[in-house]
Write a protein that binds this ligand. Structure first.
Ligand code: COA
Length: 389
């Protein structure tokens, strides 16, 4: 039983200054990607996101992220084949998805199913670079299969087996809807996959690195990342954007809606960013593809009209620009997905970046373990339970 005085000063961290939310703190080195927040630029391995969005496929970006260079034709063909042949997830994991409660959010089911994948991989605990590369392929390929199965099971439908003849985006849409998607829909999906694949040291990527830095396995790292992406301040924002657009209902109602929210100090989903201080460069590509789908009669263009008005009003009221989640909401809606599937749609792309970071972390590992400024009690005298009032 300690009898120290209760005013005893706690340890040294009580005097440290706190970088709340790690704002502006540089915690590691990476060669994978970076964001130039003041200029609104994003580069993957040195390549501008605008070039990748306009010209690349998801498989090409995966190859770039993992290997550091754009692939040549043969390397790209290898990546397409590798990803295509690792799509099957096995009956036990599909049964897990089938047995999920109807009210469970798709992102929660994806998190659980991703964790389960690790139990069935005999290489899960092998941290050699070769095994980790194989696991990166499996995870990147299979998260799409899991998400498609989640989508179908929640609609009372059976999962559809992947089609090895289709590329990643086309096969994903096929596994969701049971028919081959139009070239326009495949290109829209592929572009969304490219756009969301990587983004510096965002919260979920940081989670994946913290987990892998303990030398835990890649499945654990990706499961951590999915849990982090799920939050409404990160990958859960796209779902909230659509809910907000439906709540607003028409472009005329936008000013009142935003003013009421801001008066209550509430956030407008799809606006603001920790690093971008100007336009998020990804937004314009998603907007363009969403507009093309709407013009082709794929969905209600009112969503885009409301969004356009919201941009003007938020610029006027807060000088704040959109982030990636703003237009992904309308794009995914036009592709035929419900709002609660949007966060998993983000995850099936970002897994390429997460796995890239996990491999980078293992290659020069240092345990990530910050400290906190202690503001709690110190030196309290323990009172046995019989003596407490
Ligand atoms: N709507 C209204 N106000 C917002 C806002 C938003 N979307 N985002 C930030 N702000 C305001 C905050 O209220 C705060 O104002 P104050 O200084 O008057 O209190 C100021 O801007 C700074 O916000 P802060 O939370 O410190 O910035 P951050 O860097 O920690 O937050 C986000 C970044 C992304 C979490 C934040 O912009 C947000 O919550 N956006 C909405 C959710 C979203 O779209 N997330 C997806 C991110 S890709």
């Amino acid at each position: 039983m300690s009898d120290r005085p209760s005013n005893q000063k706690p340890a040294d961290d009580s005097k440290s200054s706190v970088a709340a939310g790690l704002k502006g703190v540089v915690v590691a080195q990476t060669a994978t990607s970076t964001v130039f927040g003041e200029e609104g630029r994003l580069i993957f391995r040195g390549y501008d996101i605008h070039d990748l969005a306009d010209h690349s496929t998801f498989e090409e970006v995966v190859s770039l992220l993992w290997d550091g260079d754009l692939p040549n034709r043969a390397e790209l063909a290898d990546m397409v084949t590798l990803l295509a042949r690792e799509r099957e997830v096995g009956k036990p994991v599909l049964d897990l998805i089938r047995s999920a409660p109807a009210e469970a959010p798709p992102m929660a089911i994806l998190r659980t199913a991703t964790s389960a994948l690790g139990q069935y991989d005999p290489e899960a605990e092998d941290l050699s670079p070769e095994a980790n590369r194989r696991k990166a392929v499996k995870l990147t390929s299979r998260l799409a299969t899991l998400t498609a199965a989640i989508f179908r099971c929640r609609r009372g439908q059976e999962p559809i087996a992947p089609d090895p003849a289709l590329n990643h985006a086309a096969n994903f849409l096929f596994m969701c809807f049971g028919e081959r998607a139009s070239a326009q829909a495949v290109r829209a999906m592929d572009m969304a996959l490219v756009i969301h694949a990587e983004q510096g040291f965002n919260a979920s990527t940081f989670s994946s690195r913290v987990t892998s830095a303990t030398l835990s396995d890649m499945y654990s790292a990706i499961t951590s990342a999915i849990g982090t992406l799920k939050g409404p301040l990160h990958g859960g924002a796209n779902q909230r954007v659509l809910e907000m657009l439906y709540e607003v209902g028409s472009p005329e109602r936008v000013p009142d809606y935003i003013d009421a929210k801001l008066a209550k100090k509430e956030r407008i989903m799809g606006f603001g960013h920790r690093v971008y201080k100007v336009e998020d460069p990804r937004g314009r590509h998603l907007k363009q593809v969403a507009e093309e789908l709407a013009a082709a009669g794929q969905g209600d263009p009112t969503l885009l009209d409301i969004q356009s008005r919201m941009i003007d009003v938020m610029q006027d009221r807060k000088g704040m620009a959109i982030n990636v989640d703003f237009y992904s909401a309308s794009l995914y809606t036009y592709l035929g997905f419900p709002a609660d599937l949007f966060p998993p749609l983000f995850a099936i792309s970002r897994v390429a970046g997460w796995t890239s970071h996990v491999m980078e972390q293992y290659s020069a590992n240092v345990l990530i373990r910050p400290r906190a400024q202690y503001i709690g009690h110190s030196g309290r005298r323990y009172v046995p339970i019989a003596d407490r009032g």
